[in-house]
Design a protein around this ligand. Structure first.
Ligand SMILES: Cc1cc2nc3c(=O)[nH]c(=O)nc-3n(C[C@H](O)[C@H](O)[C@H](O)COP(=O)(O)OP(=O)(O)OC[C@H]3O[C@@H](n4cnc5c(N)ncnc54)[C@H](O)[C@@H]3O)c2cc1C
Length: 460
């Protein structure tokens, strides 16, 4: 069994799986503790998910919202990082199996384990919808959605069939939580402002953005008055909201709702989530979404040294579930880091975890956001400014903060979006059969195209 950083050592080994908000917060809280920390993630970057929708709608570039995990860890000497996907946890042996990028599997021992693996999109038992209705969770998802949206306009510009053109310019979002609302508003804004003058045959302002919600209103977790204000702002942007609307089928032609088909080339899934599978192996019972039901100190079994934090954890406080949001993940990660540090030092037990709700926000296009906290409820332009400042301040590195700031100012004043790229497929090597390099004086060689000796002699 390999200790966390590959070196034998006597210090306790803390393994953290997942470098999202919770995992990174746990690692940072252990910076001054006499332990070796290993942070594992299947990706090499930490994602600031609250701004992913802006990558999907071409406002920001992927590197604006994603930070290399190694850069986050660089200044913490007791923290090592490995890119690996954890596939199994052996609680009895205090070890886990990790699949490495080179195809090998490694067994890693731990004294303390923090599972911070977040959630995955859930299609509520209809995984076949995923092929036609991508969800937004990773940078790859955001780039694929951006390509789908921009590609639909390119195809619409080329189409002579008005029915097909209307289908290409119809965008349906399934789920009117914060992600659905933010994406819908951003697509509508892009169609009416950014793309306005860019096409010769189609009229981007004829775009239809349809937001489907199974419940009675948009933003069901927000105060009804704030949600209603957000609904009015969506209407101003031209977003059609259908409540009580359950997607019965999603296919290449669009969505079926209450037996009626909405023809749309782009359907995006912004509905449910389910815990990542690893949470179920951490030694706690699972709730309906597969999240580990942890104790008040976020441990799966008292004294086990195994913790689940962030979105992957299920915990109630004052009779209500702690929400799956970034600030809860940050607080839980930091709490478990402190708790482990206390245990290692032999100090008094950390008091039970308490979530401190600093407030939730949702943004609806330019100049409008809502904010709900225990102390206040507000909406409008000032709230939008607060939203922008809070998000800039929470981005993990100064580099990201500056880049996002510049992009936002540019977009705000020009209406333009800096990242309107449809990713090209990876170029394939030429398929022609190999031929010997022609001699300069051999027949059939264009003298003006003689092989350049410097290039021909270059190592492949
Ligand atoms: C599109 C979107 C918008 C959002 N907007 C907001 C918002 O505006 N405000 C807000 O507060 N919250 C928002 N959230 C929710 C917020 O992002 C999450 O609550 C938060 O990211 C949870 O943090 P986490 O650390 O638990 O999980 P995550 O941030 O999801 O991190 C989990 C990490 O675990 C890694 N991982 C998973 N399984 C494995 C494995 N087996 N092996 C190795 N690594 C693994 C993943 O690669 C990932 O890096 C949004 C979420 C999404 C998807």
């Amino acid at each position: 069994m390999t200790p966390p950083d590959g070196r034998a050592g006597s210090r306790p080994h803390v393994v953290i799986v997942g470098a999202g908000f919770a995992g990174v917060a746990a690692a940072k809280a252990l910076a001054r503790c006499d332990v070796d920390v290993l942070l594992l993630d299947r990706r090499n970057h930490h994602i600031f998910q609250p701004l992913l929708y802006q990558v999907a709608t071409a406002v920001l570039a992927p590197s604006d919202v994603a930070t290399p995990i190694r850069a986050i860890a660089a200044t913490q000497p007791n923290l090592a990082v490995e890119m690996a996907e954890v596939t199994a946890i052996d609680l009895a042996a205090h070890a886990l199996s990790a699949a490495l990028p080179d195809g090998r599997t490694r067994t890693i021992g731990f004294d303390y384990l923090v599972v911070a693996t977040g959630v995955l999109p859930s299609y509520y038992g209809h995984d076949e919808f995923a092929a036609h209705a991508p969800a937004l969770k990773t940078v790859g998802d955001a780039e694929a959605i951006r390509g789908k949206i921009l590609g639909a306009y390119e195809r619409a510009e080329l189409s002579d069939d008005p029915v097909e053109r209307a289908r290409l310019m119809t965008f349906v979002l399934v789920g009117a939580g914060p992600t659905g609302v933010e994406l819908a508003a951003s697509i509508a804004q892009m169609a009416r402002v950014t793309l306005k003058r860019d096409f010769r045959r189609l009229h981007p302002d004829q775009t239809r953005v349809i937001l489907l919600e199974g419940g009675a209103r948009v933003l069901p977790t927000f105060d009804p008055k704030l949600a209603a204000a957000a609904g009015r702002q969506l209407a101003r942007l031209g977003v059609e909201v259908h409540t009580g609307a359950i997607a019965q089928n999603v296919d290449a032609e669009g969505v079926v709702v209450a037996g009626e088909r909405i023809r749309a080339a782009t359907v995006l899934w912004t509905a449910g989530v389910a815990a990542s599978p690893l949470a179920a192996q951490a030694g706690a019972s699972a709730d309906r979404a597969g999240r580990a039901q942890v104790g008040l100190n976020l441990e799966t079994q008292q004294g086990s040294g195994v913790f689940v934090v962030g979105d992957a954890a299920s915990l109630a406080q004052d009779g209500k579930p702690v929400p799956g949001v970034a600030q809860a993940a940050l607080q839980q990660g930091a709490y478990v880091g402190r708790l482990i540090a206390r245990r290692v030092r032999g100090g008094a037990a950390e008091p039970a975890f308490r979530y401190f709700n600093k407030g939730s926000m949702a943004v609806v296009g330019k100049d409008f956001a809502i904010l709900e906290s225990p102390a206040m409820k507000m909406s409008g332009r000032l709230t939008w400014l607060v939203w922008a400042l809070v998000h800039i301040a929470t981005l993990p590195r100064l580099q990201n903060q500056l880049r996002v700031n510049v992009q936002w100012l540019w977009s705000y004043f020009t209406g333009q979006r800096g990242s309107r790229l449809i990713a090209e497929p990876v170029s394939a090597p030429p398929q022609r059969p190999a031929q010997p390099i022609a001699q300069a004086d051999s027949p059939g060689v264009d003298p003006g195209r003689r092989p350049n000796a410097a290039i021909a002699g270059r190592k492949a």
